[in-house]
Ligand binder design. Structure first.
Ligand code: 13P
Length: 345
């Protein structure tokens, strides 16, 4: 029996279990729509749209108002600002999501900076006051949270200190979330930037997961009541792409070495993979022999890119943007079943 399970009140444990049951059903994934103000400005800039509060509200309501999205998406990660915004009918966006059967969640980390003592490594901020913030987010409808630690790959990174310090942050965050009845998504993102080989990516991801689960255990986090959001094992962006079968083989081998079977769901980030590439890789993973976890998606760019391009900041393009989002969500749902084919594009 896990120590933490004994210290949770029955109500908290029931809340966590109900959220996992609503999010993990073998058929649906997560839409990451939690870009920080800086990141959403970059995404909007790429399609010539200014990042005003109204544009952000309009675009994110467009995503959540997509009819039928709840067939393929079981959770949405929101940015703090979105929790208080309303759609065109005056309904709060977390409620719009919930009415589609999509569980609303919230990004709670406060971004990253250099990790002192480990040149080239990074660390994420935001633990101070986290418990109070979570209570407030819960009142606004959030039932799960997300925290991202970032690991660049170089010949010297991540350093030993980078591995241990980042794992400690993720575990402290996850423990606070579970204590508040909020399901933690634990996101250790190993960056694709660079010219490293797929073998080097596998080595780093394995070291990261090993350290993260060691820390989660030390902090008494209940593995059955969390979701892991890792990178796939791929070669660096400056190398030739690996075929989906190879990405799947390496990713599965590393996951089996580093991630306990008690974790209910692994929802990959897309991390710079193109939309079709991310779907093909997820499909290949689900075509391998049976995994102990659900293998799903929690894509930001790989779900939203075609929708953003279709939208271009014009309200008249909203329908086309929604169709583009629904298509990517449906194809990723098929990839979870191992039934996706390139011809469906
Ligand atoms: P990408 O899928 O665009 O990498 O975004 C996922 C995410 O939530 C990053 O924190």
């Amino acid at each position: 029996m896990n120590r933490r399970r004994e210290v949770f009140s029955v109500g908290i444990s029931d809340d966590l279990q109900a959220t996992i049951a609503d999010m993990v059903d073998g058929r649906r994934g997560i839409l990451a729509a939690d870009e920080s103000s800086g990141t959403i400005a970059k995404r909007f800039d790429a399609v010539g749209v200014e990042s005003t509060e109204e544009h952000r509200r309009f675009y994110r309501s467009l995503l959540l108002d997509t009819e039928g999205l709840g067939q393929y998406v079981s959770g949405v990660i929101l940015f703090e600002e979105t929790l208080g915004q309303k759609n065109g009918d005056g309904r709060l966006l977390p409620h719009v999501a919930a009415e589609q059967g999509i569980v609303p969640g919230i990004k709670v980390d406060k971004g990253k900076g250099p990790l002192a003592g480990a040149p080239g490594d990074l660390i994420t901020f935001g633990l101070d006051g986290l418990e109070a913030r979570l209570q407030g987010y819960r009142e606004q409808g959030a039932r799960f949270a997300k925290w991202r630690e970032v690991y660049p790959i170089s010949p010297h990174n991540p350093a030993r200190l980078g591995l241990t310090a980042n794992a400690e942050m993720l575990a402290r965050y996850a423990a606070v979330c579970q204590g508040c009845g909020v399901v933690p998504i634990v996101e250790p993102e190993v960056l694709m930037d660079g010219d490293h080989s797929i073998e080097r990516s596998a080595e780093v991801n394995e070291a990261v997961w090993h350290e993260v689960f060691h820390a989660l255990h030390r902090h008494g986090v209940v593995l059955e009541l969390m979701i892991l959001k890792p990178s796939m094992v791929t070669p660096g962006k400056d190398c030739a792409k690996a075929p989906p079968e190879q990405v799947a083989e390496y990713t599965m081998r590393s996951l089996r070495r580093g991630v306990p079977a008690a974790v209910p769901s692994i929802n990959f980030l897309s991390g710079g993979q193109g939309p079709e590439e991310a779907t093909a890789n997820l499909n290949a993973l689900n075509q391998l022999w049976h995994a102990p976890w659900q293998l799903s998606f929690s894509y930001g760019r790989a779900l939203q890119e075609p929708a953003l391009k279709a939208w271009q900041g014009e309200s008249g393009n909203a329908g086309a943007a929604q169709a583009a989002l629904l298509k990517r969500a449906r194809l990723n749902h098929l990839a979870m079943l191992g039934e996706y084919q390139e011809s469906m594009e």
